[in-house]
Structures are given as structure tokens and as C-alpha cells.
Design a protein around this ligand. Structure first.
Ligand code: 5GP
Length: 186
């Protein structure tokens, strides 16, 4: 193991258990830091400013795009999401390993900017299970839910471009598999 900063980038259709897996990794590896993205989406009740996201206005987001402040950004479900370059670069210069949770296109963009990044795709067991999980989670309106399911189908098409694909059939098993991948990369 070296003390070089690593970038572990997680993508998965929403409802694949990605957030739980990413949280577990941050708990297992307390030296790792989470890349807090900026977004124009509304904050969910459980989320905290500066911890889950930086919740900013569309005007602020567009200004940051114009100022070239993002390593990558995407717009979906009518909201913007982006990774702030300054935060990633600060982590890298401090030798801190950074964990990202971004969409598939964002992950591929991060790899273009930082070719040493490791991309990990968390796949749901199947599209039906994913729909069930999203409905159970009950955090989205019907319209947003429909958009998320359509998007999930698109995202699954990108999984072969990732360094690793972990299928979340059993959450404990998926958590362990991801932990092993990270240990093998350190
Ligand atoms: P959610 O609204 O459920 O928090 O996130 C929706 C999607 O946006 C997820 O796929 C999440 O990984 C992705 N996402 C979050 N932050 C970023 C980011 O900075 N860049 C990109 N490209 N996607 C992001």
C-alpha cells in the first residue's frame, strides 16, 4: 500500500443501493473523503448542506460552469449536478483518497480528467427489483420516478465501460465485494 491519493468513482442507477455501499466504504476506510457535489436539486429531509451536497441555485451553478469550476457536470431530471475541481485537486494534493458518487457519464468524465481513477458500477439484480426499491423508498414524485426508471435503463448500458461491476443481489455481499476491490487497488 502506498500513500498516493486514489479516486474511487461509484455509479449506479438510483435505487441500486449505491448510497448505502458508499457510506459503508467511508466507514470502513475512515481516511477516505467523500466528494461533495454541487446540485440545484431540492434538499431531501435527510440530507445536509455541505455533507451530502452543496445545494446551490441554478444561477450560481451556471456561473460555476462559465468559470470552469467543474471537473464534470451533468443536467438531468431538470437539475444540475457537478463535481468541483478545486475540491478534488485539494484532496489529491493532500494525498487524500476521494470517493465519488456520480452518474455514469460523470464517472467517465472523471476518468478523462483523472485517468488514474477507478470506476465501480453497482448494478441492480434486475430492472423490476430496481422499480420496487424506488417505489418503496418513496422519495420521488410519480413523474420523477418514471424519469429515474428510464434513466436507470440507459445507465445500465454503460456498465461495460467501468473497471468493476458489482451486482447488488445481497447488500452484505455487495459491500464486501466492493471492500475487496478497494483493498486490491490500494
Ligand atoms: P440524487 O438526486 O438521487 O442525489 O442523484 C441523482 C444522480 O446524480 C445520481 O446518479 C448521482 O450519482 C448523480 N450525481 C450526484 N452528484 C453528481 C455529480 O457531481 N456529477 C454527476 N455527473 N452526477 C452526480
Amino acid at each position: 500500500m502506498t500513500n498516493k491519493a486514489r479516486l474511487f468513482v461509484f455509479s449506479a442507477p438510483s435505487g441500486s443501493g449505491k448510497t448505502t455501499i458508499v457510506r459503508n466504504i467511508l466507514k470502513q476506510f475512515p481516511d477516505f473523503v467523500f466528494s461533495v457535489s454541487a446540485t440545484t436539486r431540492k434538499r431531501r429531509n435527510v440530507e445536509k448542506e455541505g455533507i451530502d451536497y452543496y445545494f446551490i441555485t441554478e444561477d450560481e451553478f451556471v456561473k460555476k460552469i462559465e468559470n470552469n469550476e467543474f471537473a464534470e457536470w451533468e443536467k438531468f431530471y431538470d437539475y444540475y449536478y457537478g463535481t468541483l475541481k478545486s475540491l478534488v485537486d485539494a484532496n489529491i494534493s493532500k494525498g487524500l483518497t476521494t470517493v465519488f458518487e456520480v452518474d455514469v457519464k460523470g464517472a467517465l468524465s472523471i476518468k478523462r480528467v483523472y485517468p488514474f481513477a477507478t470506476l465501480i458500477f453497482i448494478a441492480p439484480p434486475g430492472i423490476e427489483e430496481l422499480k420496487e426499491r424506488l417505489i418503496k423508498r418513496n422519495t420521488e414524485s410519480d413523474e420523477d420516478l418514471k424519469k429515474r426508471i428510464e434513466r436507470a435503463e440507459m445507465e445500465l448500458g454503460f456498465k461495460d465501460q467501468f473497471d468493476y461491476v458489482v451486482t447488488n443481489i445481497n447488500l452484505e455481499q455487495a459491500k464486501n465485494e466492493v471492500k475487496e476491490i478497494i483493498e486490491s487497488e490500494l
